[in-house]
Ligand binder design. Sequence first.
Ligand code: SF4
Length: 241
Amino acid sequence: MTKIEWTEATWNPTIGCTKLSDGCKNCYAEIMANRLKHMQNLDYKDGFKFKELENRLEQPLQNNKSTRYFVNSMSDLFHEDISYDFLDKVFDVIAKTPHHQYQILTKRDKKMFEYLKDKKLPDNVWLGVTVEDKESKYRIDTLKKINVKIRFLSCEPLLNDLEDLNLNDIHWVIAGGESGNRARVSKKKWFINIKNQCKKQNVAFFFKQWGTWGDDGIKRNKKINGNFLDGKTYLEYPQIN
Ligand code: SF4
């Protein structure tokens, strides 16, 4: 089980990461890793240091119930320190479990491309890049070069207006604001811009949450701020068949 609204479960064959771009500033995985370290969780004895965890590779193989997994809520699968050998093992598990769907989200578009460019990916892979601001839109072009059934964008935490988006060959866009005490403000017009472009270009749109700052620009509990955008919820998913 997970609290992440757009998935059903998380699978973390790697843990830990290194901050890379502005979206990483208040990284939730880092906060959680340090919390788990202080709770004496052995996997996190080195805090947020990147690690491959062989003993977690088997987890999806032991689950017979069809599940949509977010791969690495606590890391980035294409981190600089991951070996191709370990990536082979992760994708081998994915290929052996066609009853599951795997949502892989990265900010490391170059490494993802280098590893996947010549590979035939199974149909149960959803591949996504984070586009937290207009400066990171280049990741979309890299994603489009990979041959995969579902391509998606995560625009969270949204830090500025993404302006024009070419969503050709993109199947799903998730957007949301930042949570936590240090959260930065996302403006309503930035989300509306993404929502309108998804509608125009026939792309599924999922508005996850406002987070700490509401649509009126006031800071309050994220549960109260909710996930309404202009009076509606947008919880669409891409077609997978
Ligand atoms: S890439 Fe993701 S997991 Fe890694 S530091 Fe940035 S926000 Fe955290």
